[in-house]
Design a protein around this ligand. Structure first.
Ligand code: FMN
Length: 217
């Protein structure tokens, strides 16, 4: 087999679509997030709701993966997962985590940091019940992040549980499945600009108020 050497270093892009200034930025970061999120959806950024969740467990090794944002407000950003997964185990020993959105069509990145907590059982149940049937069965099937011998094990279990729940006519939320809320204490809004002079406007909590500052790109 022949391999072709790709010149990765020559892949470059000059960013010039937009700018972000102190004059146009919102006083509250959740409002600024809402505006950018709506713009990403409007611009049809593929999977604009996908965010990279980075966590650090007790061994000090960071780990990162994509999860989907399901809600947000001034109290934080919510995603759903398995409470026994690797990420959940890490969050339970070290609740500090970060979220990263990258929306290339808008030349934008958002970084968010803060503390994670579980959402209420009621919130998790309400969201679980709103999911499609197949996703609800899937939540029962997957013992997320555990080693499995084959795909067949998953498919057989799916079939078995699908039939069982259909005969019962309902599916309850598994105990070990639910939501987490990241309560932010830091936001960075990054807008690509020409000549690598990007705009980076940040929010940090100071005496319960949001302080805004600019970082060098
Ligand atoms: C586009 C996309 C969306 C995803 N959404 C979720 C999600 O909302 N919740 C989740 O638990 N995993 C989601 N995953 C899977 C995770 O990236 C990851 O594989 C899984 O949660 C196990 O991670 P862990 O072993 O670090 O806990 C998604 C993956 C992709 C690529």
């Amino acid at each position: 087999m022949q391999y072709y050497k790709m010149d990765i270093a020559s892949i470059r892009k000059d960013y010039k679509l937009k700018e972000l200034s102190e004059y146009q930025i919102e006083a509250k970061p959740d409002k600024q997030f809402e505006i950018w999120f709506q713009e990403a959806v409007k611009a049809q950024v593929p999977e604009a709701n996908a965010m990279i969740l980075s966590t650090v467990g007790e061994n000090g090794r960071p780990s990162a993966r994509v999860v989907l944002i399901k809600d947000f407000d001034e109290n934080g950003l919510i995603f759903y997962t398995n409470y026994k997964s690797q990420k959940a185990k890490e969050i339970l020993v070290n609740p500090y985590a970060s979220l990263t959105f990258f929306w290339p069509q808008l030349e934008r990145q958002i970084r968010i940091e803060g503390l994670i907590e579980k959402v209420s059982e009621e919130e998790s149940v309400n969201y679980f019940n709103s999911r499609p049937w197949e996703s609800r069965v899937g939540a029962w099937v997957s013992n997320q992040s555990s080693v499995i011998e084959s795909r067949k094990i998953l498919e057989d279990l799916y079939k078995e549980l699908d039939e069982k729940f259909k005969s019962m006519g309902t599916i309850q939320k598994p105990e070990n499945w639910g939501g987490f809320r990241l309560k932010p204490d830091f936001f960075e809004f990054w807008q690509g600009r020409p000549s690598r002079l990007h705009d980076r406007l940040c929010y940090e909590i100071e005496n319960k108020n949001w302080k805004i500052f600019r970082l060098a790109p």
